[in-house]
Design a protein around this ligand. Structure first.
Ligand code: THU
Length: 162
């Protein structure tokens, strides 16, 4: 939980004492770094005895709460769940459905971890334009919009026939 975070009237997320890092995404560097750090902390909780591929996620909601997720595998392999979806399910269960960004972490030093297709679709349920922060263990990151990762997507609006 981050009580020091708030959403300004213009929709920019701030903790009132750092500079905007990227005007396009409206997220401040300090907040991005915090999410990346938290995603790596969440990674430590991964339960992945089969793949041994640890993944963590830190999901920022519009009310300033941060929800963590890790991948949780199962002896019945197909029952495993990704870190991103664990975080989203936790957030929804705790009453948050408006999301600003999600940071994702793995142990891969050379690559930015990128969400699987199933997770992209689950993210899409909660809006087409929020931010996905792909990170490395060094703390470096790149920010993509969900639209960039899932163009021409199918969402709740597409179910209406009028
Ligand atoms: N995994 C995630 O948790 N998130 C991703 O974005 C990619 C893959 C997990 C699922 C599985 O437990 C392990 O990584 C190997 O695929």
């Amino acid at each position: 939980m981050n009580e020091d975070l708030c959403c300004r009237e213009d929709g920019v997320f701030t903790n009132n004492h750092s500079q905007l890092s990227d005007p396009d995404c409206g997220l401040e560097t300090e907040i991005i770094k915090k999410l990346v750090q938290k995603s790596h902390e969440a990674k430590a909780r991964a339960y992945c005895p089969y793949s041994r591929f640890r993944v963590g996620a830190a999901l920022l909601s519009q009310d300033g709460r941060i929800f963590l997720g890790c991948n949780i595998e199962n002896a019945c392999y197909t029952m495993g769940i990704c870190a991103e979806r664990t975080a989203i399910q936790t957030a929804v269960c705790e009453g948050s459905k408006k999301f600003v960004a999600i940071a994702i972490a793995s142990d891969k030093e050379e690559e930015f971890i990128t969400p699987c297709g199933a997770c992209r679709q689950v993210m899409r349920e909660f809006g087409p334009e929020w931010r996905i922060i792909l990170s490395k263990p060094s703390g470096s990151y790149v920010i993509k919009s969900l639209h960039q990762l899932l163009p021409m997507s199918f969402g709740p609006e597409n179910l209406t026939t009028e």
